[in-house]
Ligand binder design. Structure first.
Ligand SMILES: Cc1cc2nc3c(=O)[nH]c(=O)nc-3n(C[C@H](O)[C@H](O)[C@H](O)COP(=O)(O)OP(=O)(O)OC[C@H]3O[C@@H](n4cnc5c(N)ncnc54)[C@H](O)[C@@H]3O)c2cc1C
Length: 467
């Protein structure tokens, strides 16, 4: 239900920005209400499309004056409801701010707007012989603003780190409409608190980014891809631990369990060999000599870890085929059931095989199908839960809680890259103390005293006394 004061905010925005910047048609409202999670949503009062950073400040100021909550939005590919509309709000769609403003080659950074699609930025960098390593598997659709707000990762995080490692600074606007120029454009800098790190991963709850300064590096000369197959996920998990214990650091180690391998085959019958029950996709990069040496050491370690087969992709086409199937895996799993949730827990790498055993045990105890894949080299697993009917939901909820409890017991964390959003906020206290949650709430209220910017996200629910 849209509240009266929010309707007044919409009228004021139409007056300030023009009718073409404010959409209230049902198709636009429905499309902007949800992301790629199972969050329960309501329709927003409007979707507002800024044409400039100053429009963003105007939108936030007008909404603050009318007490209207604002949900910043990128491409809506988030997994935890970060851009889902869970209470009457106005959606601020940042996809229109999509300029790559400059690439400062000598200084190793790029200036971009938040709505740039990540894959497009990869292409721009590639044309310059440069490399922006963060590679969420949604890169074709998601935006850099969404990546920074979620501190997105991806397969290459193993060798190169996550989005946070590539954000030097930014321009961002608070709910009061104040612009913060945060961080630096230099190779180093220690001025004041590290506000850049605070804003990275803040899930649209502290400020809206209008410009990002992203570190770019020189692209590796050669990339080589290897596929190792195993009889069980436990064996694959132990193999990952063995590779890392041997001091080999590939650029990625991706795991696909039995159901994921079957789903990849449904997408492309030739992408995996027929006997690949469980698979690891491993990539190395550098110059030819380094890649050859790493592949040799990897082959020996994987053989000793009971790999059934170790195959090196001979042509670029084999490699592209494998990654194309891996990229649409999530969507292929979605087709297997009416409902799908994807968790992204992380454990210390030495606990990977133990967590994979836990997932099997939970899946069989609760009779819920839980296909698992992900960035095994980081100890980061995308544990999916598939179900069809509402009567299965209590078992799904028990399975999620058990998964989180086992993750924490192994010394792990609830989210490696998808964030907390609305889907996991009530589990935050499994991992964080009340004092830490209170400190984060104090930071939130310092920047957004009336709790209007993306409310109900990240921190567990409290009574909204400040509103
Ligand atoms: C098939 C698939 C594969 C995926 N693979 C990966 C993966 O490998 N690694 C990974 O990390 N994630 C992955 N994701 C999750 C998702 O793509 C990422 O979280 C991504 O960063 C979201 O970007 P978005 O543009 O879609 O943002 P949205 O979903 O629209 O928003 C995400 C959050 O960012 C905030 N936000 C958006 N723009 C701004 C802005 N300008 N200022 C402030 N806050 C803003 C929103 O409020 C929200 O909290 C995957 C998702 C799908 C569907």
């Amino acid at each position: 239900m849209v509240r009266r004061e929010h309707e007044r905010a919409v009228i004021a925005l139409e007056r300030r920005l023009g009718l073409s910047s404010v959409r209230t048609d049902e198709a636009a409202l429905v499309a902007a209400s949800r992301d790629e999670s199972e969050a329960e949503v309501v329709l927003p009062a409007a979707v507002v499309v800024p044409r400039s950073a100053s429009d963003v400040a105007t939108i936030l100021k007008v909404c603050a004056e009318h007490g209207a909550p604002v949900v910043p939005r990128g491409a809506g590919t988030g997994r935890t409801g970060g851009s889902a509309v869970v209470t009457s709000s106005i959606v601020l769609d940042t996809t229109s701010l999509d300029a790559v403003k400059s690439i400062e080659r000598a200084d190793g950074y790029a200036v971009v707007e938040p709505g740039v699609v990540t894959g497009r930025f990869h292409e721009v960098c590639e044309r310059e012989g440069l490399f922006f390593p963060p590679d969420p598997q949604s890169a074709e659709w998601c935006t850099l603003g969404g990546n920074v707000a979620e501190n997105a990762g991806g397969p290459r995080a193993l060798a190169y780190g996550v989005t946070r490692d590539y954000v030097l600074g930014m321009r961002a606007v608070t709910m009061q409409g104040d612009e913060l120029v945060v961080g630096r454009r230099t190779a180093k800098g220690v001025t004041g608190y590290d506000m850049t790190s605070l804003l990275v991963g803040s899930e649209g709850t502290l400020a809206v980014f209008t410009e990002l300064w992203l570190r770019v590096i020189v692209a590796p000369q050669v990339v080589r891809t290897l596929l190792a197959t195993f009889a069980s996920v436990h064996a694959a998990g132990l193999a990952v631990e063995a590779v890392l214990r041997a001091g080999i650091v590939p650029r990625c180690v991706e795991l696909l369990d039995e159901l994921c391998c079957a789903s990849v085959r449904e997408i492309d019958t030739a992408a995996l060999p027929p006997d690949a029950t469980v698979a690891l996709i491993i990539e190395v990069d550098g110059d030819e000599a380094r890649c050859d040496a790493l592949l040799e050491r990897l082959g020996a370690t994987l053989d000793a870890s009971h790999a059934r087969a170790v195959l090196v992709a001979k042509h670029g086409g084999d490699r592209e085929r494998l990654w194309a199937a891996r990229k649409v895996l999530s969507r292929a799993l979605r087709k297997r059931a009416a409902h799908k949730l994807s968790e992204d827990v992380v454990v210390p790498r030495s606990k990977l095989a133990a967590l994979l055993d836990d997932v099997r045990a939970i899946s069989s105890r609760e009779a819920i199908v839980m296909p698992t894949y992900g960035h095994a080299g980081d100890g980061n697993l995308h544990v999916n839960l598939l179900w069809n009917t509402p009567d299965e939901r209590p078992r799904v909820d028990r399975a999620i809680r058990a998964l989180f409890e086992r993750t924490i017991a192994h010394g792990g964390t609830l989210s490696g890259e998808h964030g907390i959003g609305v889907m996991k906020r009530d589990f935050l206290t499994l991992e964080q103390s009340p004092a830490l949650v209170a400190a984060q709430r104090a930071i939130k209220l310092a920047l957004d005293p009336r709790d209007l910017l993306n409310p109900h996200k990240v921190l567990p629910r409290i009574s909204h006394r400040a509103c």
